[in-house]
Design a protein around this ligand. Structure first.
Ligand code: GLU
Length: 548
């Protein structure tokens, strides 16, 4: 067979040579050891945890080695692509603070290794497809859907392995005249790889997460170009990651099964294999057993879920880092204030089998993360969240930013910060009693107190309340009030002689707390009252008295 003639026949319009294309994508000029990584999502409009999981890995590997992290859009499957899919990808990664050095932008792209949208790379794939054909390594296949399914049925009946290979590869050795004829008739064709692989032989592969893996060689004549001339994932992966000079391919372990195909394609094109990092699947516990997170069953798989619930971006990142690197949690405990970028991320601390994703654990992590944020950071995150997901709350928050920030700052920036907020949606309940519109009066006074004693506290408190008092002065006055009503000045005193008192100072404070906040629990009352201000405190006490 005259393969160059076949190549000319199939790709008459392709004039550029493989060498010329190569020359347009020179080796990157990077320091020794710098890693080039990419994420390559499809613009389906659905962004999931797996995308983020991989992206954090890519970003860390590239940026902590002085390398390049880029975004490539895998839009070869037109059926799955949605309008605005690229915008979604870009905006989601931006929100998570993952910055690309090059790649697709909403309008256009940046970087010298583009185009970064695969559909725009069709002419490039065709150059290498033509080269493979001219070397006898690829051939056109004119099989129709019907013929392929008849083949599958026959294979099933005979108990043969499914697929297009060996004797089943009907068009593998089609004579040139027949090909010419089929082309002249306008028959649709796909380009298949002519596999020389022998499944009896094993490839010895080395994955940076999974370690050494032995896999049988591939004998399938897989499709390189679909009938519309657009490549399959396999071909696009090999051509793009070679030309874009990716050093480390980080991808989900669902791609492990077809790795032998990729190894074979790299070899057929005479290219060096990149390093591979196959990341473990995200699993969850369900009724006592582990299973993969599913798009249908688990809303938490979608990244939108985290935005809507108000999970702080750094919490999600922190938690994914604990799943990605087994020593991250320990490092975080020892370094609570360091930015996560200072942690040394490595592929050999990555989980080999599935990573167990647990929302409760994420909430725990998040409480710690939120506790470490400054008031300004919380303000920015919270108002961003509320603007989109709770506009009424946003209105209240921004009516008087200083007032809201004072509330946010309670228990923040102190040696033992409060750890009661995991998601922004919880802030509304936490802050509610500070806003008249959300304040719900309560009447759960301590069970050991008579209504008369509650009334007495509410009647006497306004007279002793002086907003200029410091915390100690204030508390001393509450103690004095307690004693005057027959309550012990401290729980300890009460415990020593329970018969001698009606209760203790905690009961009296609880009355003030209930009247002012409507709650049994609240942050420190002295601080709460200083934020609310004298008028509001007295007003609430008066109203509480009226409700008795
Ligand atoms: N488009 C593929 C995916 O989303 C990319 C896999 C890869 O990173 O190579 O799974």
């Amino acid at each position: 067979m005259d393969y160059s003639k076949l190549a000319e026949l199939l790709f008459p319009g392709v004039t550029e040579t493989a060498e010329e294309v190569e020359a347009r994508y020179p080796q990157r000029n990077l320091p020794e050891g710098a890693k080039v990584t990419r994420i390559a999502p499809s613009p389906t409009g659905f962004m999931h945890l797996g995308n983020l999981f991989g992206a954090i890995t890519d970003e860390r590997l590239a940026h902590q080695s002085g390398g390049v992290f880029y975004l490539r859009i895998e839009d070869t499957d037109a059926k799955r692509a949605v309008e605005g899919g690229v915008e979604t990808i870009i905006s989601v990664f931006k929100k998570f603070g993952l910055n690309f050095d090059e790649g697709a932008l909403i309008d256009g792209e940046k970087g010298d290794y583009g185009p970064y949208r695969q559909r725009q790379r069709a002419p490039i794939y065709h150059v290498f497809a033509k080269k493979l054909v001219s070397e006898g390594k690829a051939y056109p296949c004119f099989c129709t859907e019907e013929e392929l399914s008849a083949m599958r049925e026959k294979q099933e009946a005979e108990g043969a392995n499914p697929g297009y290979y060996g004797k089943w590869a009907a068009h593998r050795d089609m004579p040139l005249e027949d090909i010419e004829k089929a082309l002249a008739e306008g028959k649709s064709w796909v380009l298949r790889f002519r596999s020389e692989g022998d499944p009896e032989k094993y490839l010895h592969l080395n994955d940076l997460v999974k370690g050494k893996i032995d896999m049988p060689e591939n004998d399938q004549d897989i499709v390189l170009l679909k009938s519309d001339g657009i490549p399959t994932y396999h071909f696009a992966h090999v051509v793009d990651d070679h030309l874009m000079r990716t050093t480390h391919v980080v991808r989900g372990e669902e791609w492990l099964a077809t790795w032998p195909v990729h190894v074979q394609l790299f070899a057929a094109l005479g290219w060096k294999l990149p390093k591979y990092v196959h990341t473990a699947q995200l699993m969850k516990m369900d009724g006592g057993s582990k299973r993969k997170l599913s798009k249908r069953k688990d809303p938490e798989l979608a990244l939108d879920y985290y935005f809507a619930e108000g999970y702080p971006v750094p919490s999600v990142i922190e938690y994914l880092l604990t799943l990605l690197n087994s020593n991250f949690e320990e490092w975080r405990l020892a370094n609570p204030k360091e930015p996560y970028e200072n942690f040394k991320f490595t592929t050999n601390k990555m989980s080999v089998s599935g990573s167990l994703f647990d929302l409760d654990k994420l909430r725990d992590v998040s409480r710690n993360v939120v506790a470490m944020l400054t008031t300004e950071q919380v303000w920015d995150y919270l108002t961003d969240w509320a603007e989109r997901y709770d506009p009424d709350f946003h209105k209240l928050l921004t009516r008087n930013p200083d007032y809201s920030k004072a509330i946010i700052s309670i228990g923040r920036g102190v040696p033992k910060p409060r750890k009661d907020i995991a998601v922004w949606s919880e802030m509304k309940d936490y802050m509610a009693f500070f806003y008249d519109e959300l304040f719900v009066p309560g009447s759960e006074y301590p069970a050991n107190m008579s209504t008369e004693d509650v009334r007495a506290v509410l009647e006497k408190y306004p007279a002793l309340y002086d907003e200029h008092d410091d915390q100690t002065e204030w508390f001393n006055k509450v103690k004095e009030l307690s004693v005057s009503l027959g309550y012990a000045a401290s729980p300890k005193e009460y415990k020593q002689n329970p018969e001698g008192f009606k209760g203790h100072v905690g009961d009296v404070s609880a009355v003030i707390r209930m009247a002012v906040t409507g709650r049994v629990n609240s942050p420190d009352m002295y601080t709460v009252m200083s934020i609310l201000g004298r008028d509001e405190v007295l007003n609430r006490i008066e109203k509480a008295k009226e409700r008795l």
